[in-house]
Design a protein around this ligand. Sequence first.
Ligand SMILES: *Cc1c(COP(=O)(O)O)cnc(C)c1O
Length: 371
Amino acid sequence: MIAEIAVDLAAIARNADALARLVAPARLTAVVKANAYGHGLVAVARALAPHAARLCVYELDEAVVLRDAGIDAPVHVLGPIAPGDLDVAHAADVQVTLWDRDLYARQVASVARRRGRPFAVHAKIETGVVRLGLTPDEAPDALARYAATPEFALVGAFTHLAAAEEIDSGFTLQQLARFDAATRALDPRIERHAAATAAAVLWPETRLSAVRCGIGLYGIWPSSESATPMRARGLELEPALTWRTRIVALHAIDEGTSVGYGRTWHAGRRALIATLPIGYAEGLPRAAGNAAHVLVRGTRVPLVGRVCMDMAFADVTDVTDVGVGDAVTLIGTDGAARIDAEELAAACGTIGYEVVARLPAHVPRTFSETR
Ligand SMILES: *Cc1c(COP(=O)(O)O)cnc(C)c1O
C-alpha cells in the first residue's frame, strides 16, 4: 500500500455535537461535499446523519452515492444540477438549489409536474460573494413566485458569506442585512440559513434557522487567524484524519549532492535521503517540496527537493534507526509530534480545505471510532 488515510468517525461526530451545541437553537446541517473534505463521503455521511438535520453536497452525483449507500437523511445539493439530470435528482429525493426565475426554475418545475410530486427547493440569494444567487432586488419577487409554485416545496432561503473569518470586518453584517431585506416577506416557517463554520462560531447573529458547517466537522479551522477567536468562543475541535505513507528507499549521499528534479536542494552535509512513494498525483502539493515537514519515528523532518508526480524526498539524516518501510506521517500524530492539515497547507501556501479536499478518492480510507 502506497499511502493510507485513517479517519476517526467518532471525532467527527463529537465535532458535530460541539458545533450543534454552540449554535442551538439553530440547527446544524453537515457539508460533506468534496468526498467529505477528503475524509470519505459515505462513511462520514453515515456517521454524521444522526448528528445533523441535513447533509449538504455540491453535486448531484454525491447525493446519488449517498442514496445508493442507503442513507435516507435529507440531502441538499448546493450546486447546479444539469437539466438532463433533474429526473435523477427527483428520484433521489434531493433538495435542489434555485437561483433564477426563468429557464432553470421552469425546468425544475416541469420535472416535478411530470413526476407528480413537488421538488424540495432552497432559494439562493447572492449578497456579496458574486457566485450564485438571486440579487437582493429580485429575490422578494422570486421567492414569492417559488412559494406560489405548486411544483415547489420551498424548504429554505440561503446565502453565503464572503468574509466571516474576519472578525473586525463589517462586511458580514452588511451581507446579513441584504439577506434580511431580501427574505423579510418570507413565511417564518421557511428556513433561512447563511453561516458556514466560521460565521456559525464567530457571528452568532448569522445562525438564523440553520448553519451549514463543513470544515469544522473535520476538526480543521477555517483559517489560522480564526482558530484563536473560535476557541475563545468555547469551541474545541478534534482533527479526524491521519495520512501516512512509508519509506520505499534510503540513499546515503555526500555533501553537495543534489536531490530531485531541477536540483533545487543540495545536501549541506553527508545526508540520508528517504524516497516517499507519493507525489502531487497522490495529493501532496508540489509546493510542499523544500517547504513542508513530515514525521518519521516521531521526528519532524523536512521534505527536500521538488515533489514529483508520484514520489517525494525527506531528509532523514537526524532520525535514529530509520529504515525502509518506516511510516511517514504527512498529517497526524507520531509519538509526541504532530502535523495538522493546517500546518501542511500553510507550508504549501494554501489552506487546510484545499489539502484535504484534494486527497485522492482512490487512496484507501480506514475508519475507526475512538472512545
Ligand atoms: C462549502 C460550503 C459550506 C461549508 O463551509 P465551511 O467553511 O467548510 O464550513 C457552506 N455553504 C456553502 C454554500 C458551501 O459551499
